[in-house]
Design a protein around this ligand. Structure first.
Ligand code: AHG
Ligand code: MN
Ligand code: MN
Length: 355
């Protein structure tokens, strides 16, 4: 009898449930956008567990107010860089940078967009940019403020062929930028691809944000961790004929172990693929023609090395961690192998043995 009563209640609640489901579906057919907005609560970005915005995430990590301000200023600047990429002049600026590379109008513009915001943020001690010859002293003696080294538009020569590019940022406390990357208090990059994403770490894990339709960065993934095991993809920069015997052996090892070639020519998207897929590596090794490789320690390598170590991966110049290199000058370069821990250890073995 009792069993029979329960069965009736169960039957009725199933029926009621499916009726609600049906009504919901009808509602969705009638007003799809509104229904989706209600479902995902997108109108309330920043206030729902699924849509934590960047500022709120930083606050919840208990970060210093000025560091939050600084990171949010950079996030704001990226919106203007997106506009510059989408609509700006693709020609040359008519000037060259510290490395003798001709600057594109977009390099110069992106640099100005970020530099200006940093200068007037009230929280910055020094600024160094890949596109400027010298460190800018804003308030260098103030230990409470932050110094920032950045590459405003990495891969800018890929914009005319419509491939992905990025902004890379390294942050230290105080006025000294010539210190090992391990001392960074934060690092981040912004990837301008089919979608815009921002990946940051303040030393408490690595977190990915996506730009939504309101141009807010909202949380995509928290505490990204690299998987253990073999690297699934590899992105090798530089010409193979210029590789050392050690790098050549490492490439053969990768191929024999099933790693697939994935190289776009942009450090940020290539690195991002490795991090977001949680497996693989990017490398721009020492070349016969360029013993220090191509990429720049302060502006490109240190921030990415900080992020990958925070995600449980590794970054090496072939001999030691990128983060333990003491920079001598702001324009120092270094070879780099960055990604899955086991693969980077293997690279170090090959380079240690054969150079
Ligand atoms: P940048 O555009 O800031 O000068 O640097 C581009 C970098 C990086 O994104 C990429 O991995 C590497 O240069 C590619 O170098 P080459 O194709 O010139 O060897
Ligand atoms: Mn660059
Ligand atoms: Mn650049």
């Amino acid at each position: 009898m009792i069993f029979c009563g329960y069965s009736i209640i169960f039957y009725m609640s199933v029926k009621f449930g499916s009726l609600c489901g049906l009504l919901k579906m009808r509602f969705c057919f009638k007003l799809p956008t509104q229904a989706i907005l209600q479902e995902e609560n997108m109108s309330d970005a920043g206030n729902t567990p699924l849509h934590i915005d960047l500022r709120r995430h930083l606050r919840e990590q208990d970060e210093n107010r000025d560091l939050i301000r600084l990171i949010c200023e950079i996030a704001e600047a990226s919106k203007y860089i997106i506009n510059a990429i989408n609509t700006g002049d693709l020609g040359m600026a008519g000037t060259s940078n510290l490395y003798g590379e001709e600057q594109l109008a977009l390099d110069v513009l992106s640099d100005r967009i970020i530099t200006k915001r940093l200068m007037y943020s009230g929280v910055v001690a020094c600024i160094a940019s890949e596109e400027r010859d010298d460190i800018m002293d804003v308030d260098a003696k103030n230990d409470q403020k932050y110094s920032v080294a950045f590459d405003p538009l990495d891969g800018s020569s890929l914009v005319d062929v419509n491939l992905a590019v990025g902004t890379i940022v390294s942050i230290y406390q105080g006025g000294n930028l010539l210190q090992p990357g391990r001392n960074q208090v934060a690092a981040l990059y912004i990837l301008y691809g089919p979608r815009t994403t921002l990946v940051y770490s303040t030393g408490k894990g690595v977190h990915e944000f996506g730009m939504n339709s309101l141009m807010e960065y909202t949380l995509n993934a928290e505490n990204i961790r690299m998987n253990d095991g073999k690297a699934k993809v590899y992105s090798p920069g530089g010409q193979r004929s210029q590789y050392s015997a050690g790098t050549e052996k490492f490439v053969q090892y990768l191929e024999e172990n099933g790693a697939k070639l994935r190289y776009s020519g942009g450090f940020v998207p290539d690195f991002n693929q490795v991090l977001i897929k949680r497996s693989g590596l990017f490398m721009y090794p020492h070349l016969k023609s360029a013993p220090d490789g191509k990429l720049r320690l302060l502006y490109e390598l240190n921030p990415m090395a900080f992020l990958i170590e925070q995600a449980g991966g590794a970054a090496s110049n072939g001999l030691k961690s990128i983060l333990d290199i003491q920079p001598e000058e702001i324009d120092d370069r270094a070879p780099v192998f960055i990604g899955s821990r086991d693969a980077i250890a293997m690279a170090e073995r090959c380079i240690g043995e054969l150079g």
